[in-house]
Design a protein around this ligand. Structure first.
Ligand SMILES: Cc1ncc(COP(=O)(O)O)c(C=O)c1O
Length: 406
């Protein structure tokens, strides 16, 4: 049964090119058919529908690893990998990505997380402890009102005071509003959105850092929520925007199932060594280690998938994909402009938002919906991921045009 489900996942991983293989269960087979139809028009959400893990699943089954119970409980960076874990590969994944996010050699600590939200949870938790252990005061969290809701939810979970900072029309935190919101009597935990979920806005870290720099006595921790954009920006000419060295952030969270194309939720959390060293110690005798991360058991298969993709797609493959996504984003905007359809896109973003089309088009293309009176009310967006190619954009535009004539 387990093997059958993994085979099923493998055929999903190669998407439309896989020949349908019956599971022996009608409900599962019907679900596969429905999902394959849906996948063709999955435009509204930031997931890469061209996962390149078919070879991984073949190897996993052939090696018999599907019969082994693995668990990455513990610290992958401690240098003492347990045999039942994939810590060795997890560490290599962090060591591959840390320089791409501008961390110096030996200056980063990190883990493969369960999701972008898990990475934000670590960023907010580590930030709180970093600031509290320095000042003996609880911080105030500053985050833009356009940032992903997980940040607000996690502050609620961690019982933190939050100041929602106003964003401009395009969704970027307004530096003057951050200045106004600052409570100088308590340390500041600032969450930067790279980019925001609906409008794809990138907070201007340089301008916001300049505001913080005007208060040299204020202790500051910067966490970057780069769930989607942190995937492709390091492979573009705009890589400085997600560079620790350039932007001086303490930690960054990225999703694995978005740009990188891991086929289920996963992510990266990377912070400076100084941040890690300032965390509360939890020496756990039965695990023979210091457990500073939030979770005990952690997924051991996602690090293997990341590692596989580093070997098989790698820097050059991701750079090509990032370039294609940027080109197709510009193409979509251009095609919408050509038919005078109201649409907007932020700089460096792969998310085009526009006047919400008919309910039929929203349903068919799984468009995410938003509302903003400043842009005329009801909106929808397309996230131009690897599978949103020019021919699919042409088909979408043609349907949109026809719907306007009706
Ligand atoms: C900006 C941003 N942050 C965080 C998240 C949450 O990430 P995950 O779904 O990996 O938990 C999302 C999800 O879309 C997002 O867009």
């Amino acid at each position: 049964m387990k093997k059958r489900i993994i085979l099923l996942a493998a055929s999903l991983a190669i998407g439309m090119t896989a020949a349908a293989q019956s599971s022996g269960f009608k409900e599962l087979d019907e679900w596969v058919d429905t999902w394959k139809q849906t996948q063709q028009h999955f435009f509204g959400y930031p997931v890469n529908e061209q996962s390149a893990l078919h070879g991984f699943y073949e190897w996993y089954l052939a090696s018999g690893m599907d019969m082994v119970n693995l668990n990455n409980a513990g610290d992958p960076m401690s240098g003492s990998p347990e045999s039942y874990s994939t810590h060795y590969f997890e560490r290599e994944v962090i060591e591959f990505f840390a320089p791409l996010y501008g961390f110096g050699k030996g200056e980063a600590w990190g883990i493969v997380t369960h999701s972008g939200t898990d990475g934000n949870n670590h960023g907010i938790y580590f930030g709180t402890k970093y600031l509290y252990n320095k000042t003996r005061k609880m911080p105030v969290v500053y985050v833009s009102d356009e940032a992903h809701y997980s940040n607000m939810r996690l502050c609620d979970l961690q019982n933190l005071d939050v100041r929602l900072v106003k964003s401009d029309d395009m969704g970027r935190m307004i530096p003057e509003e951050l200045e106004k919101a600052l409570d100088l009597s308590r340390p500041a935990l600032v969450v930067y959105a790279m980019g925001s979920t609906f409008k794809g806005a990138i907070d201007d870290q340089a301008a916001l850092n300049a505001v913080l720099d005007r208060h040299p006595d204020l202790e500051v921790y910067r966490h970057v929520d780069a769930a989607l954009f942190g995937g492709y920006l390091p492979f573009t000419e705009h890589k400085a925007m997600v560079s620790q060295k350039e932007m001086r952030f303490n930690s960054i969270a990225i999703s694995g199932h978005k740009f990188f194309g891991i086929d289920c939720p996963s992510g990266l959390f990377i912070c400076t060594r100084e941040t890690y060293d300032s965390q509360n110690s939890f020496n756990v005798a039965y695990l023979n280690g210091n457990m500073r991360m939030i979770n005990c058991s952690r997924d051991a298969v996602q690090p293997l998938k990341f590692w596989w993709l580093i070997q098989t797609v790698g820097y050059d493959g991701w750079a090509k994909q990032a370039a294609q996504m940027m080109e197709c984003t510009a193409y979509l905007k251009q095609q919408l402009d050509k038919i005078h359809y109201p649409c907007w896109v932020n700089a460096y973003s792969n998310t085009v938002f526009f006047k919400r089309p008919s309910a039929d088009i929203v349903r068919k293309y799984n468009l995410a919906q938003g509302h903003d009176e400043r842009f005329g009310g009801d909106l929808a967006h397309i996230v131009v991921m690897q599978h949103v190619t020019k021919d699919k954009i042409d088909a979408f535009i043609s349907e949109l045009k026809s719907s306007l004539k009706r």
